[in-house]
Structures are given as structure tokens and as C-alpha cells.
Design a protein around this ligand. Structure first.
Ligand SMILES: [Cu+2]
Length: 345
């Protein structure tokens, strides 16, 4: 019986590199971000209106004491597309006052080129939650109480100066097995932490599970991710008319752009920051959501946040309409901590 030919097929050989590329997880990347701290003015209600709830007849002005008290000086993290910090990077409308979303897939390195471009005399820095860093890249001005060690090199970035932070998205930065495929963390300035976050120096980091990320770092199994931060900014030393009960820096429905299409899988990352009054309970009308995966999954339409905390929940957007999205704490509703999201046909 003749032996079967074992000659190789040249065409198959040509396809081999492609097959290997498809089978292999994407190589770890180094992702560069150019971010500056800058002075700005922020309007928590640019329309001047309550765009969601109008118990009296129109015009639906922002109620007192905030009617004419919703625009204040802020300091914010602004992202640029280039190393010269000339071209600002576009940012989704719904991200509001927050700094840019810093993304990584587990295994990636994040390099943040940070410049303090404020006109003030204060130093600022960038401190990440969740990612791995050395002391120099901690971005926090603290001495070691036990060893007496000094703050790291990136602890103070004076106006006019820059620092390059190197942060690693290692396995422990990514989602655990019972969590969704991407995970949210805070970053913020950390010298006079409360004063600086209250000025607006805060933003999100999203880490996607290894092998589950698109090229831009977003999770492949989700159509749209939203980040919503619940934070009562105190702009007038505790006076009521300076307490901005905001979602991403907007009050009374002025947060716009939370729009998805019917059938999309939507991931909501919720965060809180602030003081003991910043216990928030984001509540979605119109749809329930799922936190966790597999046996850790729970169905809910309200999540519980404390300062510094984060919770991620997934929604199947199959109920078209425009739905209320608000903090469920009674005082916070009165102060305008709400907006709407929309599921289009
Ligand atoms: Cu609240």
C-alpha cells in the first residue's frame, strides 16, 4: 500500500503566521497619556434649567439656593493627543468634569505624561488606585511613618513642571473571576487630597481582563461603557448654595449623552468621592442590571457607594425610552443629583 504523501502544502504554510496571530493573545502594550492639570471654570448646570423635573409651571429654573449659583472656578485633568500638549483629546459629553478615561488591558503598562499647567502656586500630582507602581510613581505626598522614607519623585509637580508616571496593569489590577470583564478605579491628585478632588482633579481608570480588550482597551463583550461619578462638590466652604450634588459635575439633568441603542449591552461604572455626606445610591429607572458574573451575579436597580468606592453593573438595553437615573438619597434628590439615560429604538 503506498504511503500517504506527507509533503507540506505551501499555501498552508503562508497562512501559518495568521493562524498564530489569531490564536495568541494580544501582546502587552504601553499606552501613553498626555494629561495636564489646568485652571478652568465649570458650570454645573449650563442650561440654567432643571431639565428633568419641573413641579411648578415653566420656566423650569434651577431651584434656590442654586438658581444663580452653579458656575465656579475649578482645576481639571485635561487630556492632549500630542506630547507638546497642543491638541486637546476629544472627550465624551457624558464624562463631564472628570479627567480622561485611562485604559489598560491586564499586562499593559500605562505611561502618564503629567504637566501642571495651572497658574497657581500649588503642586499637584496623579495617584492611581488599582494599578501597580513604585514609590516614585505613587503620586502621593506622604512620608513613611515606619521607615521615615521621603515622598517619591512624583509626589509634587510644581506649576510649569512635568513628571512621567509609570503604572502597571498587573493581574491584581484586573477583574477577579466573579467580576465583569472590565474594572473601574479612581485616579486623583493626592497632596491635599480632599481639597484637590473638590477642585476637580479626579478621573477614572478602566482595566480590562487579559484577552478581552479591543485595541483601545475597551472590553469586547460590551457595546457601551459609561462612567458616572457621584460627588457633592463643596464650592463655598459648606454653604448650601455651593454644594453641588453632581453626577460627573452636572446637576438637575444637565448631564447629557447617556444614550444607547436597543439591544446593546451597556456597562455602567459608578464611583463616589468626597465626605461623609457622599454616600450615594445610584438608581436606574426602566431596566434592572446585573453586578458580578456567574455564581457571584446579582440582579439590582440600585447600588451602594461610599467615598472612594466603585461598583460596576451591566444592563441589557432592551426597554426603549428615556429613563430617570438618580441618587436615591432623599436630600440628594432635592439638590438635583439626577439626570436621564435614553434607550433609542
Ligand atoms: Cu447621593
Amino acid at each position: 500500500m503506498p504511503l500517504k504523501s506527507t509533503r507540506y502544502n505551501p499555501a498552508a504554510l503562508l497562512l501559518l503566521p495568521l493562524a498564530i496571530m489569531i490564536a495568541m493573545p494580544a501582546a502587552a502594550r504601553t499606552r501613553h497619556y498626555y494629561i495636564a492639570a489646568e485652571d478652568s471654570t465649570w458650570d454645573f448646570a449650563p442650561s440654567g434649567k432643571n431639565l428633568v423635573h419641573c413641579p411648578e409651571a415653566a420656566p423650569c429654573d434651577i431651584p434656590e439656593p442654586w438658581t444663580n449659583s452653579h458656575s465656579f472656578p475649578m482645576t481639571r485633568f485635561i487630556q492632549y493627543q500630542d506630547a507638546e500638549f497642543k491638541v486637546p483629546a476629544p472627550q465624551p459629553e457624558w464624562l463631564g468634569v472628570l479627567g480622561p478615561i485611562i485604559r489598560a488591558e491586564v499586562g499593559d503598562t500605562v505611561k502618564v505624561h503629567f504637566c501642571n499647567r495651572t497658574q497657581e502656586t500649588s503642586a499637584y500630582n496623579m495617584h492611581p488606585h488599582g494599578l501597580r507602581y513604585t514609590k516614585d510613581d505613587e503620586g502621593a505626598h506622604v512620608f513613611g511613618a515606619n521607615s521615615g522614607s521621603p515622598p517619591g519623585a512624583g509626589a509634587q509637580v510644581m506649576p510649569g513642571q512635568c513628571f512621567e508616571y509609570t503604572w502597571i496593569a498587573d493581574k491584581d489590577s484586573g477583574p477577579a473571576p466573579g467580576e465583569p470583564s472590565s474594572k473601574i478605579w479612581w485616579y486623583h491628585s493626592h497632596i491635599d487630597e480632599h481639597a484637590e478632588t473638590n477642585k476637580g482633579l479626579l478621573g477614572p481608570i478602566i482595566v480590562t481582563q487579559k484577552g478581552k480588550a479591543r485595541r483601545d482597551g475597551s472590553p469586547k463583550d460590551v457595546d457601551q461603557e459609561f462612567v458616572t461619578a457621584f460627588f457633592i462638590f463643596d464650592k463655598l466652604a459648606g454653604e448650601e448654595q455651593g454644594l453641588m450634588h453632581s453626577i460627573n459635575g452636572y446637576i438637575f439633568g444637565n448631564l447629557k449623552g447617556l444614550v444607547v441603542h436597543r439591544g446593546q449591552k451597556v456597562r455602567w461604572h459608578t464611583l463616589a468621592m468626597g465626605n461623609e455626606v457622599d454616600l450615594h445610591t445610584p438608581h436606574w429607572h426602566g431596566k434592572t442590571l446585573k453586578t458580578g458574573r456567574g455564581s457571584a451575579a446579582q440582579r439590582t436597580d440600585v447600588v451602594q457607594l461610599l467615598p472612594g468606592g466603585t461598583i460596576t453593573a451591566d444592563m441589557k438595553a432592551d426597554n426603549p425610552g428615556e429613563w430617570l437615573y438618580h441618587c436615591h438619597v432623599a436630600d440628594h434628590i432635592d439638590a438635583g443629583m439626577y439626570t436621564t439615560y435614553q434607550i433609542t429604538e
